[in-house]
Design a protein around this ligand. Structure first.
Ligand code: NI
Length: 388
């Protein structure tokens, strides 16, 4: 692995300098295809506009293991201390998907070199558009877990709070379900100085904002977790100060780990919106959109995952994140899956900032570790599936 490490970092530098936005990853797609072809890995034509599916056939029959990395960047102007910053104004790999892509290309390099030892096959899923929560659905709509059928899938995301050299291996929920909430509260607008003829939707909205806070404090069990955040409130025009508007719109996000908690939050928010609105003479509706399911790591793959990580890094077990990731789309199939957090933190190198920060930076030593994690997951999973 070590002899290739500088090559892996060069790959990362190229990707970091050339970020592309969701569903616009044409050059990244061409770069990945070229890289895989040089390794004699077959490119499967499943009809993707951006993104790549590669297939490496091993030396014998056996299960097909899928490895997934996302490839898109963000509309953010880079302000990090990286020595090879983005060359594209207003675009940046600020979530570190360049680390994931270069890690999976490193994994492909390792697996191609060990092809004769693989008793099965490996499917490489380079996924577009994770940032807009649509890429995994797009891949699944192109049946990427079929032909050949996948027996287990692994993925990873970098973690700026975990030191480089450690990888989180956790059974069960790792990242939360992500729901979008959109409130519409309709009243009757009019002169703000002569309120008696109006029905003020702003007062109703304020009561709904307050009451929504009681869902987490009063309805969710103390041993479960949920987040209800209203992050955007729109009412009135410009800076007018004496016009009561007809309508208030509010937008927010809900995060949960359990289906029953998610269903309860949906029901309570709907009741609060409708009934408080009615009490204030308004009409209130809630759109509750379930965008991402929870990433629930399958316990049947835990031993394989732990063994894989132990071969290349220090495995750690940490509390889940209320962030979301569309790897969960693959887990909606009946294929078992496991998702890792790859440590990229390095305080001496200024690699401390959170995802989507313009100062976000990853320790490049994580790429070889990510590549090793991907590659070893294949061997560990094949071994475990065969012993079943
Ligand atoms: Ni990300």
């Amino acid at each position: 692995m070590n002899e290739h490490e500088s090559e892996f970092v060069e790959t990362f530098k190229h990707l970091h300098r050339n970020p592309e936005l969701s569903f616009q990853e044409y050059e990244t797609t061409a770069f990945i295809k070229n890289y895989l072809q040089k390794l004699d890995i077959e490119i499967l034509d499943v009809g993707l506009e951006t993104g790549v599916v590669g297939l490496l056939k091993g030396a014998g029959d056996g299960p097909c293991i899928a490895l997934r990395a996302d490839i898109d960047g963000l509309p953010i102007q880079e302000e990090s201390t990286c020595e090879f910053p983005s060359q594209r104004p207003g675009k940046m790999h600020a979530c570190g998907h360049d680390t994931h892509t270069s890690s999976l290309l490193a994994g492909a390099t390792i697996l191609a070199a060990l092809r004769s030892e693989i008793k099965g096959s490996v499917k490489f899923l380079f996924q577009p558009a994770e940032e807009i929560n649509l890429g995994a659905k797009y891949m699944m709509n192109h049946n990427v877990l079929e032909n050949p059928r996948v027996s287990a899938i692994f993925g990873l995301h970098n973690a700026p709070w975990i030191p480089c050299g450690s990888v989180c291996v956790k059974s069960g929920p790792l990242m939360a379900a992500v729901d979008r909430i959109i409130f519409t509260i309709r009243g009757k607008g009019g002169h703000g100085g002569i309120p008696q003829g109006n029905v003020d939707p702003i007062v109703a909205a304020a009561a709904i904002i307050q009451a929504a806070q009681t869902i987490v404090s009063r309805n969710v069990s103390p041993t479960d977790a949920a987040v209800v955040s209203i992050c955007n409130v729109k009412a009135g025009e410009g800076t007018t100060n004496n016009v009561t508007p007809d309508e208030v719109k509010m937008y927010g996000t809900v995060r949960t780990y359990k289906k029953e908690v998610q269903d309860m939050v949906d029901q309570r928010l709907t009741e609060i919106t409708q009934r408080i609105s009615a009490a204030y003479g308004c009409e209130g509706t809630l759109q509750y959109l379930r965008e991402l399911a929870v990433i629930d790591n399958n316990p049947c793959l835990y031993d394989a995952a732990f063994a894989a990580v132990s071969a290349v890094a220090t495995p750690v077990d940490l509390v889940p994140s209320t962030g979301g990731e569309d790897f969960s789309e693959y887990l909606k199939s009946d294929v078992p899956g496991f998702f890792y957090w790859l440590g990229v933190r390095n305080e001496e190198q200024d690699c401390v900032y959170s995802w989507h920060s313009p100062k976000y930076k990853a320790d490049t030593r994580a790429i070889a570790i990510g590549g090793g994690t991907y590659a070893m997951s294949v061997f560990a999973a094949i071994k475990q599936l065969k012993n079943k």
